[in-house]
Design a protein around this ligand. Structure first.
Ligand SMILES: [Zn+2]
Ligand SMILES: [Zn+2]
Length: 254
């Protein structure tokens, strides 16, 4: 099955043509394309448009707080309904600026952004990377993989596993049922739509049982997809599951 095959590493073995071209052409901003000093970077203007997330934030979901109330604080949303994961972190707020960057990555073959995105994610959550033993991407259904040719979550997960020197396990989770785009659905409807859509692959128990797992995706919106993956990972025996995404929806302070 296509989905369960490891995504070839962009820098493993034979360097892809893109990397060779990088050596010949001046590096360009990943977002707007102006010439910049270093490869895998944004220009100052594009960088200033992004909202980089950091402390203080909710210890469980990573939602930023306006005021620093000390470490280990949990937001109202998580107090009301405890998330299924242990900790979630993201590098960026999901807004107009990060959305266009991510859409290019997702649908526009801009896979050269992977290294920069993974580095931002690693910087946003060094403790999550240090604590995990296995890195697992949120899976795409094979029909989507066919159309898009790569799973952006898997590219990020692979780079993160390399950075942290952890095991990359792309076949642990499988999307067994295709779900419709869930853009307009609320959190409860998203959870319902995902019921039974994500399962574990062969050998999943051997890979994750008794281990701490880092689940990787590009965006955390309602958390329904991540939640379905976390449930499957826990069922396979994972002792802890943290979630790391490139961007997350930031709610107004509650
Ligand atoms: Zn730019
Ligand atoms: Zn929270």
């Amino acid at each position: 099955m296509i989905e369960s095959r490891p995504i070839p590493a962009p820098s493993a073995g034979r360097p892809p043509v893109g990397r060779l071209v990088d050596l010949l052409l001046p590096p360009r901003c990943l977002a707007c394309g102006v010439v910049v000093d270093a490869a895998q970077a944004l220009c100052a203007t594009c960088w200033s448009r992004l909202r980089v997330l950091g402390e203080p934030l909710c210890d469980r979901c990573g939602q930023p707080f306006e005021v620093d109330l000390g470490g280990g604080m949990v937001c109202g949303g998580c107090l009301k309904r405890s998330p299924s994961w242990d900790r979630a972190r993201a590098a960026l707020a999901y807004d107009d600026a990060s959305r266009s960057l991510i859409l290019g990555f997702k649908h526009g073959d801009r896979t050269e952004s992977t290294a920069a995105f993974a580095a931002w994610m690693a910087r946003a959550a060094p403790e999550l990377l240090a604590d995990c033993e296995v890195v697992v991407p949120v899976p795409l259904h094979w029909t989507r993989l066919w159309a898009r040719r790569y799973n952006q979550a898997a590219l990020l997960a692979l780079d993160l596993a390399r950075l942290a020197d952890r095991r990359y396990a792309p076949t642990v989770l499988r999307r067994v049922r295709r779900t419709r785009p869930m853009g307009r659905l609320g959190a409860a409807d998203r959870r319902r739509a995902l019921r039974g859509a994500i399962a574990t692959g062969r050998g999943a128990v051997r890979t994750v049982a008794g281990r701490r797992v880092l689940l990787v995706d590009d965006v955390l919106t309602s958390g329904a997809t991540a939640g379905a993956c976390v449930a499957a990972l826990r069922k396979a025996g994972a002792t802890a599951v943290d979630v790391l995404t490139l961007a997350r929806v930031v709610h107004p302070v509650r």
